[in-house]
Design a protein around this ligand. Structure first.
Ligand code: ATP
Ligand code: MG
Length: 203
């Protein structure tokens, strides 16, 4: 039977409660069967990641293992090339998810640049998008962009308001570097992992 699968892409450097709350809200609001967390191998638009990809993946595993609806997938980190969502979606569609409906979940910040993504028109025909509110992002611009992408390319993009958690991986890294607490911002297992591996201490 066809399933409804959410895809959470991100650097997850590190994963934090903003990501997890977003995924949980979307799972329920869109009646999804599962959410795959897929850490990026090499991001097209981002500076160098601070923690290496295996560590970012392990933190995603630790954070998702306690929720049976969440699953960590290593398809992007297993690949040496730059990760493009279109390649990931194609891989899922060629494998066990060939009959499933895919929903790519992003914070609203990503929607503004969606039409610069590799082969975005094909991507729009292969999956829908779920765009979540995120503190600091002007939602009016996002809604306008969604209308534009719908009219021009037939994209399916669903906005959703999630409880605002003003947490970012950048903020987590800054706090660790400055010896400030990250308790209650990331799962305890992730906090312990960061400490044990001495991550984010410099720069
Ligand atoms: P960085 O500060 O390094 O950019 P980040 O916190 O934005 O990290 P990413 O791994 O870049 O984390 O984000 C993955 C996805 O999760 C993106 O679509 C992003 O918009 C979304 N996201 C991250 N944090 C939040 C949050 N607090 N609320 C809603 N969405 C979020
Ligand atoms: Mg980001």
């Amino acid at each position: 039977m066809s399933k409804r699968i959410g895809i959470m892409g991100g650097t997850f450097d590190p994963i934090h409660y903003g990501h997890l709350v977003l995924a949980e809200e979307v799972l329920n609001a869109f009646s999804l069967d599962k959410i795959y967390f897929i850490p990026v191998g090499k991001a097209p638009h981002k500076d160098e990641e601070k923690a290496d990809k295996d560590m970012r993946f392990q933190m995603v595993q630790l954070a998702t293992i306690t929720n049976s609806n969440f699953r960590a997938l290593s398809i992007e980190i297993d690949c040496e090339e730059v990760s493009y969502t279109i390649n990931t979606v194609e891989k899922l569609k060629m494998g066990e998810n060939k009959d499933d409906e895919l929903f790519f979940i992003t914070g609203a910040d990503a929607i503004l640049y969606l039409d610069s993504w590799m082969r975005f028109e094909e991507l729009f025909s292969m999956c829908s998008f779920i765009a979540a509110t995120r503190p600091g992002i002007d939602y009016k611009n996002v809604l306008e962009k969604i209308e534009y992408l719908k009219d021009k390319y037939g994209a399916n993009i669903y906005p959703i308001e999630v409880p605002a958690l003003d947490i970012s991986s950048t903020e987590i890294r800054d706090r660790v570097r400055d010896d400030r607490s990250i308790k209650y911002l990331v799962p305890e297992s992730v906090e312990a992992y960061i400490k044990k591996n001495n991550l984010y201490k410099k720069g």
